[in-house]
Write a protein that binds this ligand. Structure first.
Ligand SMILES: Nc1ncnc2c1ncn2[C@@H]1O[C@H](COP(=O)(O)OP(=O)(O)O)[C@@H](O)[C@H]1O
Ligand SMILES: [Mg+2]
Length: 308
């Protein structure tokens, strides 16, 4: 028997299409287009102020695009939907923020933080069943439920708090997880553990994940695909390993050159030399080019000189 149609590429869970965002005269996003797929992560990488959080907030519907489209499972969700559509979307698309402390309420136990989304989004379950669910969620992020449940946020380390935030996001069985610089406020020694955890929960829950970082060295830990952003536009994107092995855009090359040898530290940028180089690249990429060059298999870059 002949297959009826050739294997279709998986449909994206989330798609941004030519998304723009202005804040007054600040053009935070110029034309951003990418897709998130189930069971895969995309790393959004670039220096502070390049527009990463704006992308995250638009995907999580905490902000609206000034132009372009937001698609969810092929449906245009750019415009505000009905109350129940918006609630369902917010359940499906969860976010983990940079500051693991600010997102937890100091007055409540960890148990409460996990129980609450289960109550809000789940059906009414007997207490024993709910307790069991809370324990499983805490275990799934590497926390001992017996020790952790009755603690308050201030009694946990930053890494443990971020684990709680991940468990809380998973409590509502989302299909999308947006992690905005989830390790940048954590101790360097535990960053890799949290990234490994994100990679595992992505796999186990078939999550479409957006992993945002200013640290290009960490992209490969979590993400199959990468988008490098510079000044509100995508400058290079594609398969993470390919882009990192043979970066073509000078900005990607600059980011990689700032990664210290041997992975001693997970940081980039900030130095005077880095900022000076970035300024040169800014001049090089102005005016904005709309031309995109394919430079390899699943590897693209924005042309350096405007095509018109
Ligand atoms: N609510 C806002 N009002 C005004 N400007 C904003 C707002 N949010 C972001 N911006 C501006 O948009 C640009 C991108 O910001 P952001 O998305 O936070 O970057 P990143 O997360 O990469 O550091 C910056 O120039 C920032 O100052
Ligand atoms: Mg940010």
């Amino acid at each position: 028997m002949k297959p009826q149609i050739q294997a279709l590429a998986a449909e994206p869970v989330i798609r941004l299409e030519d998304v723009q965002r202005h804040f007054g005269s600040v053009h935070a996003l110029k034309s951003v287009s990418f897709s998130l797929f189930a069971g895969r992560a995309l790393a959004l990488v670039g220096e502070s102020g390049c527009g990463k959080t704006t992308c995250a907030r638009i995907i999580a519907r905490l902000d609206r695009a000034s132009g372009g489209k937001l698609l969810f499972r092929g449906q245009d969700r750019t415009a505000r939907g009905t109350g129940s559509e918006e609630r369902l979307y917010r359940k499906d698309v969860q976010m983990v923020f940079q500051d693991p402390f600010a997102s937890l309420n100091p007055a409540f136990t960890i148990n409460h933080h996990i129980a609450r989304p289960l109550q809000l989004h789940g059906d009414d379950k007997p207490k024993a069943e709910r307790d069991d669910e809370i324990s499983k969620l805490l275990e799934s992020v590497g926390l001992d439920p017996a020790v952790t449940r009755q603690k308050f946020p201030h009694e946990l380390s930053g890494g443990q708090r971020q684990r709680v935030n991940i468990a809380r996001a998973l409590a509502v069985s989302p299909s999308v997880l947006v992690a905005d610089e989830p390790t940048s406020m954590l101790d360097v020694s535990i960053r890799k553990d949290i990234l490994d955890l994100l990679a595992r929960v992505k796999r186990e829950n078939d999550l479409a994940m957006l992993y945002i970082t200013h640290d290009i060295a960490t992209a490969a830990h979590v993400a199959e695909e990468i988008v490098v952003m510079f000044a509100g536009q995508m400058v290079e994107w594609g398969h993470t390993a390919t882009v990192l092995a043979a970066p073509k855009h000078p900005y990607t090359q600059l980011l990689l050159s700032a990664v210290p040898d041997g992975g001693r530290r997970f940081v980039t940028g900030g130095s005077a030399r880095f900022l000076e180089q970035a300024e040169k690249i800014r001049a090089l990429t102005r005016p904005i080019s709309t031309a995109v060059e394919q430079v390899g298999d699943n590897h693209y870059m924005r042309a350096l000189v405007a095509s018109n």
